[in-house]
Design a protein around this ligand. Sequence first.
Ligand code: PMP
Length: 469
Amino acid sequence: MEFRECKKIYMDHEFVAKELAQISIKQHAFHFGTSVFDSIAIYGDGDEPNILALDKHVKRINQSARLLGLQTIEERDIQSAIIDFIKINQVVDGYIRIIIYPDKDCLGIDPSNAESKLCVFGWHRVFDNELKKISLSISPWQRPDPMSTLPYAKVSGLYAIDAISIANAKARGFDEALLLNQDGSVCEVSGANIFYISKGKVFTPNIDNTIVGITKEIIKDICQYLGVEVVEKEIILDELILADEVFISGTYHEITQVSQIDGYEIKNVGQSLVKRIYEIYNQMKLSQIDTLSTKWISRINIVCSDNAVPKVADHVEIRFAEEQDKIFVGEALGKMVGELRGGEDNPIIDGWEEAFYEIVSDRKKGFIMVATYGGKIVGFIGASFHVTLHTGGLYASFEELWTNTKYRKKFVGVSLMREAENYIKSLGIKRIDLGAAGYDYYQYEGLYNFYKGMGYIDIGPRFKKILTE
Ligand code: PMP
């Protein structure tokens, strides 16, 4: 499986470039593990991605928040943040994380009065489309007793036991760790539920010993569809070792077969029921089995044609310019300066290429951000940093801002400026200057009002002198 991070992150009611989505080092959740999270799988089918169990994941994250004593967030707000995330990042096959955390610093442990914040981020993922096999070790650490944890809540801090268990499994040459409880009963795998098959029946630990896995609920439906009985009960290790087949399930792992447990090979002989369940799961996730898919799948349309102009900047992504963007930035710079000079297109600016490389390779001097739409660059902003006495140290200035004419008045410029401002703010810089274009520039008034609308104050004219030899 391959993962590629989505470029936009939903954070605090806004979408920002992934590089700019930052949280304070003093954040409560960072110190005390007080965030709750969930994950959602998206499965590709043309322009209509299939979202697996959207409402269940949204309900579960709020349930986790409630159990932990955090404020919950309106379900419809969580759902629309997820759907917008999928559209803006054009996710067709993906794995999304949603996380709720208290808006509070680390002075004081009680998070209950803090407002809750929501983040949505994720990855495009490429599937191998084959049933994977993994080995499990038995973790030397037990799944914590329900009285000392919140077994129904996905609380980040509680995953420390899973983290150490996996690390231990890997160090001993296994893929994942199996956790037992204090009585020696089988609970779950780090991040997944466990099942075994014996004589055509499927067995899985009862919910006292597991998180209520959503994939597990789907598997129960698939088994019903196949006419296979599922038994939830207390399970001991011997049953797993003697089973015909063993498998795990989870949003991340989907359905994965277990080939051995701490050195014991699992039989896995004959006609594989795991394989049959896996095949049905694969059809269900692409909306191909009506009875199952209508219950578990939501479909949304993310069509965003390459030639169309976006209504708003929803589909525009902002990122830092890289060396390979040089040709576009050069052309855009030429057009921008041409426009300023009254229509003389694409003048060559001596030295711009060296300046471009200098800025993109060293963000201490400044930065360039580009706006892309459907992979195509449609605008850019350039900023530099200066140290002066009258500003009390470092300040930033916007030196260039340009949007392809076809994309004007679509909030592309606004998005570029906001992202650039956020980045500057994240560096602790408190002032930004910019020079409006000349008074005779035909768009001067529009631009002047644009900058004022963005909160910039007119501090008078700016002069220049070209030094000659
Ligand atoms: N158990 C644990 C401990 C988990 O973290 C997960 C993953 N959320 C699961 C089981 C599987 O749950 P789901 O199928 O909802 O992803």
